[in-house]
Ligand binder design. Structure first.
Ligand SMILES: *[C@@H]1O[C@H](CO)[C@@H](O)[C@H](O)[C@H]1NC(C)=O
Ligand SMILES: *[C@@H]1O[C@H](CO)[C@@H](O)[C@H](O)[C@H]1NC(C)=O
Ligand SMILES: *[C@@H]1O[C@H](CO)[C@@H](O)[C@H](O)[C@H]1NC(C)=O
Ligand SMILES: [Zn+2]
Length: 411
């Protein structure tokens, strides 16, 4: 009898394999573009960015979630590598350290040209897909990396930065971070500050830098979604409805994501997936399902946070495991088009919209941040007038106006 009871486990195994086979077939033409990977941070911690050290060889690197064989096994075809420097560098050497992390990403591409192709456009991603390389892009994680300077923002764009996370886990003088929502930090800007915060968003739109809202407060999410002329991303955040961690995206914001054609690239960190130290692949799929339900299949992506976190779900232990997650989505009856969207097409759509909204012919933003917003202990003040700026000092303005009018005997 075909339906002998002892055959059923075999049938189940065959069915599981069938979804995995289908996943791999899809990923041959649509590999995954992941929103956030902290390998560059590991290269700093482990090797002080000395890529020629023997143990730093990316084909044999051990103890990390990411190396070249694992990327190949995982069908990774695009990666936003994180140029990250911690918040304690704010007002210190944040810009220098960010430049060094950008440099180490460029050197990765240079040392392993068979594997990585550094690109800066959606077109570049598509070309890397065709040649079977990992399209390598730079995401700068944290607004503190621009040190409140539009000039630094533009310079980082020229070095290849294509997303900027508006904050990491600290406020900048112009945007609030998620720890405001837990009560651990005080709100400073009420989201984005009216003057400088909004000009950063305008300048990112003008240049064609994707606005990344992972790590920001809910008020910052809403302000940026409202201000941006182009769709935005959450490069590595999950769904708040399933795990009430403030790093995740609440449903009302998911509605705005839907309205703006934006994208949430789901974070695999156990603590954001399950709100516990343990999680599994199926729970990650639950987050993908939820975001799809609330914001549509076009709003879903992957942002594993590999090599940036210490605990990962059973079944998603490193970058070789993406096909298993895709098989799970297929098992949950996601269509092939929806799966291709989550893998790459949604990110490509957003990136293309950001590119189309950019306008390098428009005048750059020029207004500097007010000097009194900055921690002055470690900085010079060239360019800022030594005398108080009148518009910053209403009392002084009133006094000089009074003196003037008195001089004219009008008072
Ligand atoms: C890394 O190791 C492989 C295999 O041992 C070797 O062929 C390759 O040249 C090394 N790459 C670098 C950049 O050192
Ligand atoms: C931004 O918010 C204002 C005021 O609430 C609203 O009128 C406007 O439509 C919003 N714009 C976008 C793009 O969401
Ligand atoms: C994943 O974890 C959840 C919650 O602990 C559990 O209910 C579920 O059975 C697990 N799934 C698998 C496939 O292990
Ligand atoms: Zn992060």
């Amino acid at each position: 009898m075909w339906t002998c009871w002892w055959l059923w486990p075999l049938v189940a195994v065959c069915a599981a394999d069938q979804f995995l086979d289908q996943a791999k077939r899809i990923m041959q033409t649509t590999p995954v573009i992941d929103g956030h990977n902290d390998l560059p941070w590991q290269l700093l911690l482990r090797f002080n960015n000395e890529l020629r050290q023997k143990d730093a060889n990316l084909t044999s690197l051990t103890g990390t979630h990411t190396n070249i064989p694992k990327l190949k096994a995982g069908f990774v075809g695009g990666q936003f590598w994180s140029a990250y420097t911690p918040c304690d560098t704010q007002n210190k050497d944040a810009v220098k350290r960010t430049l060094e992390q950008i440099d180490v990403i460029h050197r990765m591409c240079q040392m392993y040209p068979e594997t990585f192709q550094c690109v800066t456009s959606s077109q570049g991603i598509r070309e890397a897909f065709r040649t079977g390389k990992v399209a390598s892009l730079i995401g700068v994680e944290g607004g503190h990396s621009i040190d409140s300077s539009l000039g630094v923002l533009r310079a980082l764009y020229h070095l290849g930065m294509r997303y900027l996370t508006l904050t990491h886990s600290c406020n900048t003088p112009w945007a609030d971070n998620w720890l405001v929502d837990t009560g651990d930090h005080d709100a400073q800007s009420g989201g984005l500050s009216d003057d400088f915060g909004k000009s950063v968003v305008r300048e990112m739109n003008r240049l064609g830098i994707i606005i990344d809202l992972a790590h920001v407060s809910v008020a910052t999410m809403k302000a940026a979604l409202n201000q941006s002329q182009a769709p935005v991303i959450f490069s590595h955040s999950s769904a708040f409805a399933l795990c009430k961690h403030r790093r995740n995206v609440p449903d009302d914001v998911l509605q705005l994501v839907k309205q703006t054609g934006s994208l949430v690239m789901v974070n695999f960190y156990n603590d954001y997936v399950a709100c516990k130290r343990e999680a599994n692949l199926s729970q990650v799929a639950d987050h993908l399902d939820h975001i799809k339900k609330v914001a549509g299949a076009g709003a879903v992506g992957f942002g594993g946070d590999f090599d940036g976190v210490t605990r990962l779900p059973v079944g998603l232990e490193d970058v070789s495991k993406y096909p298993n997650l895709v098989a799970e989505l297929l098992r949950r009856q996601w269509t092939e088009a929806e799966v291709r969207g989550a893998l790459a097409d949604n990110l490509l759509r957003v990136f293309e919209a950001v590119e189309q909204a950019s306008n390098h012919a428009r005048e750059p933003e020029e207004m500097p941040i007010e000097q009194n917003y900055l921690d002055s202990s470690c900085r010079t003040s060239y360019g800022y007038s030594a005398a108080p700026r009148l518009h910053l000092q209403p009392a002084a303005l009133l006094a000089s106006l009074t003196a003037l009018l008195l001089g004219l005997r009008l008072l």
